[in-house]
Design a protein around this ligand. Sequence first.
Ligand SMILES: Cc1ncc(COP(=O)(O)O)c(C=O)c1O
Length: 444
Amino acid sequence: MRPITNPRAVARSALCEYEWPTHPPASRLGLFARNPMPTSEIPVRRGREFLQLPGPTNIPERVLRAMCRSAIDFNGPEYARIKAECCEGLKAVFKTADLAPIYTASGHGAWEAALVNVCSPGERILMPETGNFSSSWKRMAESFGIVVDYLPGDCRRGLDPAAVEARLAEDRAHAIKAVAVVHTETATGVHNDVAAVRRAMDAARHPALLLVDAIASLAIADFRMDEWGVDVAIAAGQKGLMLPPGMSFTCINQRARAAAEASTSYRNYWDWRERLPDRNTITFCGTTPEHQLFGLQESLRMLFEEGLDAVFARHARLAGAVRAAVRAWGGAGGGPELYCLDESRGANAVTTVLMPEGHDPVALRRLCRDRFGVALGMGLRDLAATTFRIGHLGDVNEPMVLGALATAELGFATLGVPHAAGGVLAAVTALAEAAGGEARGRAA
Ligand SMILES: Cc1ncc(COP(=O)(O)O)c(C=O)c1O
């Protein structure tokens, strides 16, 4: 590990590993030298590399091929058809009749759009603590002068709707403008119950808007914008939608649109008032990212071919298998453990694994990636030194998940990480039970 002395680099290192020789400087790679570095320092690997991160995720060949074409006239009829199909498709995935402003931006862009359109500086929002992503979103809100009532929570169990209700009930003056929740907290692998949050808000008879970060849940687990009374739903392309990073969405209803009319926050690129001529059109600020839409059109077609319920069931099945493996590794104690303590809250998208004390998840990830060709997700911020994550979202199937689990087990064995045998077997058993159940269901 390269020593980090620059404080900015230290801050950055909380989110991205700062290590080499995995990423050696160009001079060390021999790019500028007459003699390239000895090949023994860069291991040559064969076979397919596995990407089991919780984002970016595997991009299906069909999506890649759809994007592999020349630009077209963005005012022409073909592009109009593509946009219309994407608009309708997105509404079906968000389960809403409302609109989806799209940004050429990562999920952070859509986060920012939601905040500045809904809130003015000095206004309050309530945000339950769920993990790294709630705390990052909170910091972003505070940077705009929004006052965040950060409701402390148990990140290993997920947010508590009763605590949301109690806090809203105390707010008799209705000063809280919005409740902002993360549906799947990608740092912890805990999935939160949005419908229960809406029930809590209604029980408190509070008029706050409900903002939901569905970045790691959309097209992975059920999400029902209209039925659950979500006012602003936020998503990004690189997770369940199986796209390259670079596109994000805010789906907004009429209440959110009214809030945007009243907000005094400075905004331009993110301004919903500029982006919504009507609910059947997608508009962008600036040049439209055509190739992202070519990809989106294809990925939406793939999701509808499979069927959204089947997509959710596939994710649930794979997630269940991963959790079965981790439970088996944990054995009677002392091995790797599920970070999520409430089995019913285990996320479809990602599983966060707590390493046995004194064992380094970074060394495990490095071995799995550099020696065996399987990229596992790193732990985030305060979980960086104790956890790693297995992503099982998007274009993923049984062999990919089993390969990742077998490689993690190989990593434990190589590094001497204590674990009980039988993790992969437990996953195979869980998957076989699910496949057998499906077959019996079809025969009946
Ligand atoms: C739940 C959640 N929210 C927000 C983000 C931020 O999205 P992006 O990295 O695309 O800006 C992520 C990214 O992983 C996420 O998982």
